[in-house]
Design a protein around this ligand. Sequence first.
Ligand code: ADP
Length: 384
Amino acid sequence: MKRVGVIGGGQLAWMMADAAQKLGVKLLVQTPSEDDPAVSIAQETVFAPVDDANATKILAQKCDVITFENEFVNLQALSILAQQGVCFRPKLEALVPLLDKYDQRCYLRDLGLPVPQFFALEEVENLRSKIEYLGFPTVLKSRRHGYDGQGTFIIKDFATLEQKLSYETKTKPLNKSLFLLEEFIPFERELAIIAARSVEGEIVTYPVVETQQEQQVCRRVIAPAEITPNQAEEIEAIAHTLLNSLEVVGIFGIELFIKADGKVLVNEIAPRTHNSGHFSIDACETSQFEQHLRAVCGLPLGNPALQCAGAVMVNLLGYENSHSDYQSQRQQIAEIPQAHVHWYGKTESRPGRKLGHVTVLLDNQNQESTYSIAHNIESIWYPR
Ligand code: ADP
């Protein structure tokens, strides 16, 4: 029996539970609140924020390996534990170039992978000429701690940019060292690929999916994406290059843009299981959560192939402040043929908060019927 410590106790850790049971793995989590989803499935919980390395030390004493559900950790403090022999998978060195979006872009560019044009805001001397080069709209992003579009601002003109730079909040100018500027990509679609690498260096990739964001938050995922075999190969090659270069162990999510001319660019790397891979629980032989546990426990990787023609995953996002458990909407959605509802058990709903998701397995890849299934779910879930 392996004991796996997970830093973070949100839905991504919660969804490891079935796989852990199947593999005979004991899960322990580090998470701040008793209400966090994974507390209910963990054999033991260390209650502390994810960046509390002292808590991770306590967690590590009870575990064979430590992994991440949330990457907003204190790498410097954790590296002391690594020196003392704590086993982190993926290893901490692999996270170093990823936690800051500017460093991540530099790392990808230096590997020869295609990324949007970008600049560290603090290094820009003549902002107006740089912006003229990038053009409007332009994208201003927090270098750290961004998620679900928090910290990503699409800026429409110079006046808006100057206003944003002068007042990040009502009282304070924006701290330039914390932001990057990048080219706005007028993407045709957004894509993602989930890939896993084992201790032995074996890599498997899941089918490339299409992700659909609204207000920068993922709303739907369609598996597989309608792309050409060449594009799929190109994206799989990007995943191989990246995972091999970082020498990681575990699951990684890679978000991409595809432009109208078919050109693919990497947007972002998540060094963990990812929302774009949730379909794999119901649609693939090995879910991303089982795959991650297999990898970090040193087991051989499982088959990532789809077991059906396709799948559509719809996030059930909060749309109000409430303590409701939305029982009747969930029930109605569960009655849709081939639907699998996953409810994270959060005690509080807030607008935009990920409360659950539903995956519907598809018998064919008819785009129209896929869209109508997603639309039906959303019309049951969201109030008119
Ligand atoms: P987060 O880490 O918060 O998810 P992302 O960088 O993935 O932030 O951005 C969230 C969403 O914002 C993306 O999925 C995309 O829809 C949009 N976006 C981000 N960067 C760009 C860009 N350079 N050009 C166009 N849209 C972008």
